[in-house]
Design a protein around this ligand. Structure first.
Ligand SMILES: *[C@@H]1O[C@H](CO)[C@@H](O)[C@H](O)[C@H]1NC(C)=O
Ligand SMILES: *[C@@H]1O[C@H](CO)[C@@H](O)[C@H](O)[C@H]1NC(C)=O
Ligand SMILES: *[C@@H]1O[C@H](CO)[C@@H](O)[C@H](O)[C@H]1NC(C)=O
Ligand SMILES: *[C@@H]1O[C@H](CO)[C@@H](O)[C@H](O)[C@H]1NC(C)=O
Ligand SMILES: *[C@@H]1O[C@H](CO)[C@@H](O)[C@H](O)[C@H]1NC(C)=O
Ligand SMILES: *[C@@H]1O[C@H](CO)[C@@H](O)[C@H](O)[C@H]1NC(C)=O
Ligand SMILES: *[C@@H]1O[C@H](CO)[C@@H](O)[C@H](O)[C@H]1NC(C)=O
Ligand SMILES: *[C@@H]1O[C@H](CO)[C@@H](O)[C@H](O)[C@H]1NC(C)=O
Ligand SMILES: *[C@@H]1O[C@H](CO)[C@@H](O)[C@H](O)[C@H]1NC(C)=O
Ligand SMILES: *[C@@H]1O[C@H](CO)[C@@H](O)[C@H](O)[C@H]1NC(C)=O
Ligand SMILES: *[C@@H]1O[C@H](CO)[C@@H](O)[C@H](O)[C@H]1NC(C)=O
Ligand SMILES: *[C@@H]1O[C@H](CO)[C@@H](O)[C@H](O)[C@H]1NC(C)=O
Length: 794
């Protein structure tokens, strides 16, 4: 198990060693009763549990170990470890001075006497009425006096074997609490609810027993008897820590994203994470730090006539009414906020779902979270006169790597003058374009719903709601004019262009050699149609009539990636690239930015297929021919899910016949189980081709003649041994490669490809990880050289 990888060392503020220890003369007692008289802070007496795991006694109150403070609390701490760690205190909020003392009165009452006042909280009096009652400490860390026990009144820490049900932790600063199921700020503001029900107890192996599934720590079962604790920190996070190798290590936490904790920042303020363990608060544009402090911000100019500033990846979760509206588009959402004076802004998602939340009355619990994959932004209402601009940006680059965005590509360049071509994609108008994109999406969705209704009236309710439309063969024939316009010939069958009655242009794929009956086909098609992703070709319907198996897809105008990537082997034609009269047949060059965007889009779509779909879908045939390019060179994967309609033997022989063995993972050649990692391999090969512009098995030059020449291995040596990454770049746009601008992009693509192309499936990253590697949101370790062991005997 690689659980230990998850262990995150964490240096938590540690309480002081016992003051008594410093004085060198310790009296150890195992119980304390009325006959023991007065127990004073300075006398160096501690109460030990039978096996000395825990100790109790007077401690200086707060973290300053070296403080010469004369203030004390009566506490319980982990004794065997260094530094000792306080887990409970009798009087955390009202420390006593050296003149105070603890006694058990003759009436059987525990009395922490500070000038006549009992400081033994939380309820001032612990009385048994039994004069022989004594105070003792169990090996679990439970301080017991008669029927009273410290386990019943926890402070900020739960210990193993302590019953948590119905008990509440409160952070030292008193701002946060945990009632064994919810984390709450300021008594009412719940920011986390245990997904598996109430916490019952923590056991020695690192398992939290709950009403539902237990929660396991990262070191579950590894060290059964190490000290552990579950502590609610002053930052509002609940963490389990275990003690090993002389330090406390965090092994579980409720809130991995600290800024989603409520109350770290004040009104109108936005919480930012510094990437490590800390957070800080900033004011949004149009606001300044409030004189009131508390990390609050106040508006600089009152809003008379509103405008909106976009704050990318900002989310305020504390409005008066966080109702999610279904807005038709951005303008709809904005209009609703504009007219309502209590609306201070709104959140909108650029994902086509119409996600729109008006921020009414107050701006609370804001945070900035750029790691999210959804393109969400907060639109803050400010006055027209406001000159501040938003510096919460970053959405543009995400949108550049998603769709739709408008890019214009250069025609194949003239080598001589294009050496310093600036190829950064600029999408200044992206917001406006996006809105029109969304409008289109909604128009489509409305039609879609209409089809669904139609299907229902036609008695096709068998299909789940939102299922694909079933076409008749006659409809298909009419749409394709009797299959008169072939546009492709894929492994799964021939493809024809057509136009439906409602003017939608479609690609009609007539499947060959599909096994299984009607019902099975329906089931599979329904699954395929349920997959919606910007980077997947949309399945609109199907036809299963007279033995025909036909799929109706959206038509993707620019054709497949291979046409752009692999040009005819003749050298680039000079002189034919007159800008004024571009060759009709000449495909434009894909520049580095677009190539990166294609790689990322494809990676995200495959990750979606692997990880987010209800059923695990392996594509099993990823290659440039199956990556189509939309209007704006937005990549769309086709043929996904079709592998399910075929047998593995078919897939292998089919691929061999078509000579696409270069994309198949080594395990295909063996009898190994085919896992999602096979797709990762194929993707790696495509990625390398996207960078190099050559087919992995059609590399020009003499190298190919060698029996053991292996494209990934060759590329690896070039990039990481000879350190000449330029040598593997596509010759046709090599001149446009600007080290300063493109190095990171290309480096990420090459490194990621190398990881994807590892021969052992388990060494390849998951597709989700691959997408993150390309995005640059995770660090990419130095790859190992990909090797091959099946080539040659194939
Ligand atoms: C008292 O307990 C402490 C901690 O367990 C230990 O180090 C010390 O030796 C003990 N002292 C005596 C007198 O037993
Ligand atoms: C105790 O520590 C806190 C922060 O940890 C610090 O602000 C304070 O000044 C310290 N007090 C003393 C007496 O050292
Ligand atoms: C507590 O201390 C005061 C003097 O500070 C003393 O008068 C009183 O009797 C003490 N109470 C007990 C229960 O020891
Ligand atoms: C003292 O605590 C017990 C249980 O912890 C509770 O039932 C009781 O009401 C408390 N008494 C006071 C005075 O708070
Ligand atoms: C009084 O306390 C002693 C020691 O804790 C215990 O043995 C005894 O049973 C108690 N007596 C009553 C009446 O509770
Ligand atoms: C002390 O006792 C506790 C509870 O029985 C046990 O978990 C722990 O391992 C013991 N510690 C030592 C040092 O024996
Ligand atoms: C805590 O809640 C009270 C009343 O519910 C409110 O007046 C106060 O402003 C809140 N404090 C913070 C920091 O939100
Ligand atoms: C904002 O945060 C809330 C609560 O964490 C969450 O439910 C919501 O989806 C987030 N909004 C966006 C746009 O991400
Ligand atoms: C919250 O907003 C929704 C939609 O506008 C509305 O139906 C609901 O009544 C509102 N609730 C409150 C408390 O304003
Ligand atoms: C703004 O919207 C809220 C919630 O929908 C509503 O209660 C309030 O009356 C609206 N205010 C105005 C001025 O329209
Ligand atoms: C925006 O500017 C403020 C003030 O200069 C700064 O504190 C904050 O970190 C900036 N925000 C971002 C997202 O860079
Ligand atoms: C892309 O830009 C072209 C010209 O700049 C424009 O005609 C077209 O409508 C744009 N496409 C979209 C989806 O906005």
């Amino acid at each position: 198990m690689s659980l230990s990888l998850l262990l995150l060392p964490l240096l938590l503020a540690l309480p002081p060693p016992p003051s008594a220890a410093a004085q060198g003369q310790t009296t150890n007692i195992s119980s304390f009763s009325s006959s023991d008289g007065q127990w004073r802070p300075g006398q160096g007496q501690i109460l030990l549990s039978p096996n000395a795991t825990f100790a109790a006694g007077f401690q200086p109150p707060f973290p300053n170990a070296s403080s010469s403070s004369s203030q004390y609390t009566f506490s319980v701490w982990y004794n065997g470890i260094s530094p000792p760690t306080v887990v409970w205190s009798a009087n955390p909020d009202s420390p006593v001075d050296a003149s105070a003392y603890l006694v058990v009165t003759s009436g059987g009452r525990l009395f922490l006497n500070s000038s006549g006042v009992d400081r033994w909280g939380p309820n001032a009096t612990v009385a048994t009425g039994n004069s022989s009652a004594n105070l003792s400490l169990s090996d679990d860390g439970n301080l017991v006096f008669g029927a009273w026990e410290s386990f019943g009144v926890p402070r900020d820490t739960f210990l193993p074997n302590q019953n948590m049900s119905g008990r509440t932790l409160v952070s030292k600063n008193g701002r946060f609490s945990f009632d064994s199921a919810n984390l709450v700020f300021n008594d009412t503001e719940n920011y986390w609810t245990s997904p598996n029900g109430e916490f019952l107890n923590l056991d020695d192996s690192g398992k939290i027993n709950q009403n539902g599934q237990p929660t396991l720590s990262a070191d579950f079962g590894e060290h059964v008897s190490v000290p552990r604790r579950l502590t609610l920190g002053d930052d509002g996070n609940l963490r389990m820590c275990s003690y090993s190798q002389s330090q406390w290590t965090m092994v579980w936490q409720a809130m991995p994203e600290l800024c989603t904790i409520h109350g770290l920042c004040g009104r109108n303020s936005i919480c930012m994470s510094d990437g490590a363990e800390g957070t800080y608060c900033v004011c949004p544009p149009g606001f300044r730090s409030s004189a009131a402090g508390n990390y609050e911000c106040e508006r600089k100019v009152p809003v008379r006539s509103p405008k909106f500033l976009r704050l990318d990846f900002v989310n305020f979760t504390g409005g008066l009414n966080q109702t999610k509206l279904q807005a038709r588009n951005y303008s709809d959402c904005e209009a609703r906020c504009r007219v309502n004076s209590t609306c201070l802004g709104f959140m909108f998602n650029y994902d086509g779902t119409g996600f729109c939340v008006l921020q009414l009355g107050q701006l609370l619990y804001g945070y900035w979270s750029p790691g999210t994959t959804t393109a969400n932004a907060m639109f803050l209402k400010v006055d027209q006169s406001e000159t501040d601009t938003s510096n919460f940006t970053g959405l543009t680059s995400v949108l550049e790597t998603t769709c739709p965005v408008n890019v214009t590509l250069p025609q194949p360049p003239d080598e001589s003058n294009a050496t310093t071509r600036n190829i950064v994609i600029i999408c200044t108008l992206f917001a406006a374009e996006l809105i029109s994109g969304m409008a289109f999406f909604w128009a489509f969705l409305k039609k879609y719903i209409k089809y669904r209704n139609m299907a229902q009236t036609l008695g096709l309710e068998l299909l789940p709601a939102g299922g694909p439309k079933r076409f008749t063969l006659a409809e298909i024939k009419a749409a394709t004019k009797e299959f008169s316009d072939p546009i492709g010939r894929g492994g799964f069958g021939d493809v024809y262009k057509g136009e439906l009655n409602d003017k939608r242009v479609v690609a009609v794929k007539c499947l060959k050699n599909v096994t299984g009956g009607d019902a099975e086909f329906w089931a599979e098609v329904t699954i395929i149609a349920r997959m919606h992703h910007l980077n997947l070709v949309r399945l609109w319907g199907f036809c299963a009539e007279k033995g025909q198996r036909i799929l109706v897809y959206e038509y993707v105008p620019n054709g497949s990636l291979d046409k752009f990537l692999f040009r005819s082997s003749r050298p680039t034609e000079q002189g034919e690239t007159d800008e004024a009269a571009p060759m009709v047949d000449e495909k434009p060059m894909l520049d580095w930015g677009v190539r990166y965007r294609i790689a990322l889009g494809v990676a995200r779509a495959i990750a979606y297929l692997h990880e987010e779909c209800l059923e695990w879908v392996l594509h099993c045939d990823i290659k440039p021919e199956n990556i189509l390019l939309g209007d704006d060179f937005c990549p769309k994967i086709s043929d996904f899910g079709l592998a399910k309609l075929r047998k593995k033997e078919d897939m292998v022989s089919m691929s061999r016949i078509r000579g696409t063995r270069g994309y198949m993972a080594p395990e295909w050649a063996k009898t190994d189980q085919i896992t999602p990692k096979a797709d990762v391999y194929s993707f790696g090969m495509v990625l390398l081709e996207v960078v190099s512009g050559v087919r992995n098995f059609e590399m020009q030059g003499s190298l190919l003649d060698s029996e053991d020449w292996y494209f990934p291995g060759w590329a690896f040596d070039k990039a990481f041994k000879e350190m000449k990454v330029e040598d593997i770049l596509d010759r046709q746009i090599k001149h446009a490669y600007d080290d300063r601008v493109h190095f990171k992009l290309v480096d990420r693509m090459v490194k990621t490809a190398m990881w994807c192309l590892q021969d052992r499936p388990e060494l390849r990253p998951s597709m989700g990880k691959v997408a993150k590697m390309l995005e640059g949101t995770v660090e990419i370790m130095e790859p190992r050289k990909p090797t091959i062991f099946y080539l040659g005997d194939d």
